[in-house]
Ligand binder design. Structure first.
Ligand code: ADP
Ligand code: MG
Length: 674
């Protein structure tokens, strides 16, 4: 049958279309030789139902992108099966072999056959379950998909059975199915991934890169399940060994670094709708990408724009806005309030009310950061750290070439609110009363977390309590200053203030500190009403375009709140009648011009609060003493006295540090006295 028959049934005829039609015809011919009669049928309706194996390969493509996707699915199955230990073995970046062994509930011979059948799952019984998902898997397609694009072996024995069973699947055909001697639990072995999907196989990167992706998935799962023991082997070498019943902080330290773990500020918040356990990184440790922000929702790693936005907002003014703080968030919500069935690998979710998670993440982080001393310690001794295992560092680096996020747990009696004890840095935790019973019921996951994590906090606190007496400078005596006290400040180069503290010394950037203090005062003031305003004897005029005037008119409220009174002056000018008192000795007109620019550039959806804060930080910068301004003794004292009255005084509103701290110990190290 000539190709033009196909073309002739189309509305528009053209040489191009003829070529398309001819191509289509010959591909159909390849799939199934077409008889004249059948050809007529096929050509009349060009839509075909795809062969089963093709459907499965396409479905597999959605979930299984690379070896790491297989590892994620199979590890999640082990966790859903109640495993307490999971061991992962990788060869050649997962391209030739991946083996995951668990000690979970296991499967009977019959269940093994069902497990590799599409849409067969033990995790959903009826439609309603879809809206209360408590397990990591539920679609019943992972093993079937993996079986359609690899050589898959499952070996399993339920704990109560005497004998185990084994099933071997190749390109979706079950080839063997027999009894097997094996330990209780399940071993899943995947060989030659994508052996029958050359396009996908070609697409895989070198073994090192693929292993990096696997390590990323492994870390996400291990962080979310510190109660479970995990091992990771690469080409016969063990690269991670994580005992069961670790704390999230231990896992964070293991994967990323001891220093990072030790510096984190722990917090917890529980309201009716949502529970958050989190670890907030120091502002000074912020990174250049968001890869170090980990969110877990109901123990599943997710990426979520509302959470990301809340983190950014919480660190506003503490870090350079182009940088990203390290944050681990472990969030628990009622599964019915969130839809996890919107993304093939479930890494994105849809919230019933996204406002709640945004609000809770923001407030819990703000509270945690507000209650902590964020002053960076000058660290001259970074070279004295214990050597790290280069192989492990490599794996971690590879892992972080990836998108990443995580979370952490916490403990019941911690209070991070304003009534926490004064003094001390992020480590001054009130004494917690530890629960003694460890919960193993998965529904009480958070209690387990809290307990596990509580132990870590306890240990951290004890360490801090015990440490000072070992340090010569900390021995109490008449000369020891009360915690937090500052003594004997002097000004250097009309820019820096240097003073003695109870455990060393501080160097302060006078502008940065004053700016932060003013910013906090302005923020506080504006929540209680308009800023104080001062009328000018002679109004100041400046030129204002019609468009700018329209913008100003629209934002009259903001203008009033800031303490400005401005009226129209002729057709192309404005007269400033009153200015914020804080700017009285400054160039208020220049400030007003900057303000106008900001107002014109304002995005329609920018929250009013963040816009006002931007303006206040501009105002604080204008009003604060400058680098190079000589200060009198009283002025220095007044500035330092205010330091402890404001929160977050460690950083200026733009995120630069205000203060460097050098402890006596650091000095001793530098002078080789220790
Ligand atoms: P899902 O996890 O969405 O149910 P899978 O294809 O991943 O779908 O697994 C299918 C079924 O096989 C699971 O519902 C579970 O009953 C069983 N299964 C898979 N892996 C394991 C395992 N490691 N231990 C016990 N049962 C398992
Ligand atoms: Mg699964």
């Amino acid at each position: 049958m000539p190709a033009c028959t196909l073309a002739s049934c189309m509305v528009v005829d053209s040489p191009g279309l003829r070529r398309v039609a001819a191509g289509l015809y010959s591909s159909l011919q390849m799939i199934e030789p077409i008889t004249a009669e059948r050809g007529q049928q096929v050509l009349m309706s060009i839509i075909r139902v795809l062969p089963d194996i093709l459907v499965k390969k396409i479905a597999a493509g959605e979930v299984i992108e690379r070896p790491a996707s297989v590892i994620k699915e199979v590890m999640e199955n082990a966790i859903d099966a109640g495993a307490t230990r999971v061991s992962v073995q990788i060869e050649d970046g997962g391209k030739t072999l991946m083996r995951v062994a668990d000690d979970g509930c296991g499967m009977s011979a019959e269940d093994l056959r069902l497990a590799v059948t599409p849409h067969a799952t033990s995790k959903l019984a009826e439609e309603d379950d879809l809206y209360h998902i408590g397990s990591l898997g539920f679609r019943g397609e992972a093993l079937a998909s993996i079986g359609s694009i690899s050589r898959l072996t499952l070996r399993s024995k339920p704990h109560e059975s005497v004998e185990g069973a084994e099933i071997f699947v190749e390109a979706e055909q079950v080839r063997a199915d027999r009894a097997a001697g094996c330990p209780a639990g399940t071993t899943v072995e995947i060989r030659d991934l994508f052996f029958n999907v050359p396009a996908r196989r070609k697409f895989l990167k070198n073994s090192g890169t693929e292993f990096g992706h696997i390590n990323t998935q492994f870390a996400r799962i291990a962080l979310a399940h510190p109660d479970i023991g995990f091992e990771l082997h690469n080409n016969g070498r063990m690269v991670q060994n994580l005992p069961a019943n670790q704390t999230p902080l231990e896992r964070i330290s293991k994967f990323y670094s001891r220093e990072l773990g030790d510096d984190m500020i722990a917090f917890e918040r529980r309201t009716g709708d949502i529970e958050i356990i989190g670890f907030a990184g120091q502002p000074s440790g912020a990174r250049s990408s968001a890869n170090w922000q980990f969110s877990f929702l109901n123990r599943r790693f997710i990426r979520d724009k509302f959470i990301q936005h809340a983190i950014k907002e919480a660190y506003r003014g503490l870090i350079d806005p182009r940088r990203f703080p390290v944050v681990f968030l472990f969030i628990t919500v009622d599964p019915s309030t969130v839809d996890v069935n919107v993304h093939p690998t479930k890494v994105e979710v849809r919230w019933q009310e996204s406002g709640i998670v945004h609000r809770e993440v923001l407030s819990s982080l703000r509270e945690a950061l507000g209650g902590s001393d964020l002053t960076p310690t000058f660290d001259p001794a970074s070279t004295s750290r214990p050597p790290v295992d280069p192989a492990q560092q490599d794996a971690v680096r590879q892992a972080f070439a990836e998108q990443f996020k995580t979370m952490t747990p916490q403990q019941p009696s911690l209070s991070f609110g304003p009534d926490r004890p004064a003094g001390g840095g992020g480590g001054s935790y009130p004494s917690p009363s530890m629960p003694t019973q460890s919960g193993s019921d998965p529904s009480q996951g958070m209690d387990m977390w809290r307990q596990v994590y509580g132990q870590r906090l306890d240990a951290a606190r004890d360490e801090r309590d015990v440490m000072p007496p070992d340090q010569p400078y900390a021995v109490a005596g008449p000369d020891v200053l009360p915690p937090g006290a500052i003594r004997g400040a002097i000004q250097l180069h009309n820019t820096y203030l240097v003073c003695e503290t109870d455990d060393g010394m501080m160097i302060i950037d006078q502008h940065a500190l004053h700016e932060r203090i003013m910013f906090e005062q302005l923020k506080d003031r504006i929540t209680r009403g308009a800023l104080e305003s001062q009328r000018l004897l002679l109004p100041e005029t400046l030129s204002v375009s019609a468009e700018q005037w329209a913008t100003l008119e629209a934002e009259r409220d903001v203008l009033g709140q800031l303490g400005f009174d401005v009226s129209r002056f002729g057709t192309d000018a404005a007269a400033i009648q009153a200015i914020p008192s804080i700017l009285k000795d400054r160039d208020a007109v220049a400030f007003f011009r900057d303000f106008l620019d900001k107002l014109s550039a304002k995005e329609g959806d920018e929250p009013a609060e963040s816009f006002i804060y931007d303006i206040l930080s501009m105002m604080a910068c204008k009003a604060a003493v400058k680098a190079g301004d000589p200060l009198s003794g009283e002025e220095i004292d007044a500035l330092l006295a205010q330091k402890d009255l404001v929160e977050k005084s460690s950083n200026c509103p733009h995120g630069r540090p205000t203060t460097l701290r050098l402890t006596v110990r650091d000095l001793e190290r530098q002078f080789k006295r220790t």
